[in-house]
Design a protein around this ligand. Structure first.
Ligand code: HEC
Length: 137
């Protein structure tokens, strides 16, 4: 039985890279992309992210829409889809599953940015948005 801790350590070492994604590592990845695209990049801003989260734009059907429309003005709260289904909180502080799966994050940024802005979000917008969500306590 003395080898059990060693075995667990080995399993952890093998599994760790696949589990490496977390909100902060995603933010660092976005930072690297922003810096590569723009040498004058000065860092993300949670304040800009908060404004972005709340700012309403004319939606496809003429009704104003914002990220906060579905995710509610408080990212720690349970949101609501147009079909009236619950959306678990977006802030990682309130929902540990958020920003841990890069494929899921990409998919929903693509969908929701298109839905709200009529275009993809820029790296700066994504970074500000994530910096804001991480800062929400
Ligand atoms: C029409 C409703 C709606 C609007 C508006 C909306 N979202 Fe979402 N969002 C969803 C739904 C539904 C999900 C997926 C369900 C879930 O993950 O709980 C989601 C999930 C996400 C996720 C996935 C995060 C993760 O790690 O699981 C991100 C990122 C996201 N939204 C960003 C945005 C941004 C940025 C905006 C504003 C530009 C926005 N959303 C506006 C409905 C919306």
């Amino acid at each position: 039985m003395a080898d059990l801790p060693l075995l667990l350590l080995l399993l952890w070492a093998l599994a760790a890279p696949a589990l490496a994604a977390d909100p902060r590592s995603m933010l660092r990845e976005l930072e690297a992309q922003a810096r590569a695209a723009n040498p004058a990049f000065k860092g993300f801003s949670a304040e800009r992210g908060a404004a972005f989260y709340r700012s309403e734009r004319p939606g496809g059907d003429g009704k104003p829409v914002a990220c906060a429309s579905c995710h509610t003005p408080d990212p720690k709260a349970v949101g609501r889809t147009r079909a009236n289904k619950d959306i678990q909180p977006l802030a990682p502080g309130a929902n540990r599953e958020r920003f841990t799966d890069p494929a899921k994050v990409d998919k929903w940024f693509r969908r929701n940015c298109n839905d709200v802005l009529g275009r993809a979000c820029s790296v700066e917008e994504k970074g500000d948005f994530l910096a804001y969500l991480i800062s929400v306590k």
